[in-house]
Design a protein around this ligand. Structure first.
Ligand SMILES: NC(=O)C1=CN([C@@H]2O[C@H](COP(=O)(O)OP(=O)(O)OC[C@H]3O[C@@H](n4cnc5c(N)ncnc54)[C@H](OP(=O)(O)O)[C@@H]3O)[C@@H](O)[C@H]2O)C=CC1
Ligand SMILES: CC(C)(CO)C(=O)C(=O)O
Length: 335
């Protein structure tokens, strides 16, 4: 046993591997893995981050199949209570609290959500009313190219805040320090939901559009004669602006949407036409379920709750939901 903070990472895929790598510099780390369990157990993780952290980075956390397995050492003795459980799986509503419960110590373990989407936190406060919840907004284009091997692109930014925003910010600040000590950036915000809406401008538009069209961002922009495809993405972003405003996030405005779109337009010049593939496109290509509800469905429901019209986003939701259901059937061997 050591005095280093102990961190359990649930969902050690593309995003999770990078954050666990940063945390491994100062913390005792355990990775909960599913399809990449054997590879991670045998070889640890390798991260290729030529533009940000370095070319070939290798680390070997303790590896477990489930949170229930993670609370016991190989000799059968119990681990010390986890100080942090960091959740980096895809958002699958109403499933994860039960899976992490064996590793959560009431009033102690800080639960950190590093996931996309909006309105994803409430189920954790319901399941763990005495545990601090930290909500995180992740800018980190990453893909797991083979089990335990992660390719990272051109940006790394983490925006953190307590959930609800009225809760103490002390656990968030301590977690941010650990990320910074590992070489990452971590900003602490009084109301991180503003940042979640700003990020949703990207994920609510690009992720399903790229997934539905099987196209990278740059390839989608190039797919129409003239700017029609890019203009469509921006129109979806503006619908999300209207929803955010209706919920009191006035600062999520057209200027923020323009800045988010510009980052993608810049890739037209720098990516040699290939572009970047959002995580939802990676899911479709691999035949995995998509985060339709957390990213698109919750936004549409937030619009309906305030009577905001969002015809494009609603269309995208219905189509992406249909595709996700088809993926679900295919996984069960059905048509
Ligand atoms: N990839 C990206 O560029 C970015 C992603 N995000 C967000 O970050 C979050 C994580 O995305 P990403 O890293 O791409 O996703 P990945 O699919 O790469 O990783 C998620 C991991 O969670 C594992 N997992 C899921 N359920 C379980 C379970 N029950 N037990 C154990 N392991 C489990 C998956 O295992 P298995 O392989 O078996 O499915 C997988 O290894 C999402 O919310 C995403 O939207 C945010 C910014 C950028
Ligand atoms: C668009 C991107 C890469 C931004 O970090 C992302 O959030 C995702 O792929 O889900």
């Amino acid at each position: 046993m050591t005095d280093r903070p102990s961190v359990l990472l649930f969902g050690t895929g593309a995003v999770g591997s990078v954050y666990l790598y940063l945390l491994s510099k100062t913390c005792d780390t355990t990775a909960v893995c599913r399809s990449n369990y054997a590879a991670a157990k045998a070889n640890g993780f390798t991260i290729h981050s030529p533009q940000i952290f370095g070319e070939t980075l290798h680390f070997t956390p303790r590896v477990a199949r489930t949170c229930a397995d993670a609370i016991t050492l190989d000799d059968g003795s119990p681990v010390k209570p986890f100080d942090y459980i960091v959740i980096c799986s895809k958002v699958t509503p109403n499933t994860i609290p039960a899976l992490i419960a064996p590793a959560v110590t009431p009033s102690h373990t800080v639960i950190v959500l590093l996931q996309n989407g909006i309105n994803i936190e409430a189920e954790y406060t319901t399941a763990f009313p005495t545990n601090p919840i930290v909500s995180g907004v992740v800018y980190l284009p990453v893909t797991q190219t083979s089990p335990g091997v992660i390719q990272h692109g051109d940006i790394e930014r983490l925006e953190l805040g307590a959930y609800p925003s009225s809760a103490s910010s002390a656990p968030t600040k301590r977690f941010a320090e650990l990320i910074r000590a590992g070489g990452g950036t971590a900003e602490v915000w009084e109301d991180v939901q503003f940042k979640r809406w700003a990020k949703l401008l990207v994920n609510g538009s690009w992720n399903p559009i790229c997934a539905l069209t099987r196209s990278s961002d740059v390839r989608f922009m190039a797919s129409s004669d003239g700017p029609m495809a890019t203009d469509f993405v921006f129109a979806v972003m503006l619908e999300i602006v209207a929803i955010a405003k209706a919920h009191g996030y006035e600062k999520v405005d057209e200027k923020v949407a323009t800045a988010q779109l510009e980052r993608f337009k810049k890739r037209i010049d720098t990516s040699k036409g290939v572009g970047s593939e959002p995580s939802m496109l990676a899911d479709v290509r691999e035949g995995r379920r998509m985060e339709v509800e957390a990213i698109v469905g919750n936004a549409v429901r937030a619009a309906k709750g305030k009577g905001v019209e969002c015809v494009r986003l609603e269309t995208i939701y219905v189509l992406a939901k249909g595709l996700d259901e088809a993926i679900g059937r295919a996984l069960k061997g059905q048509k």
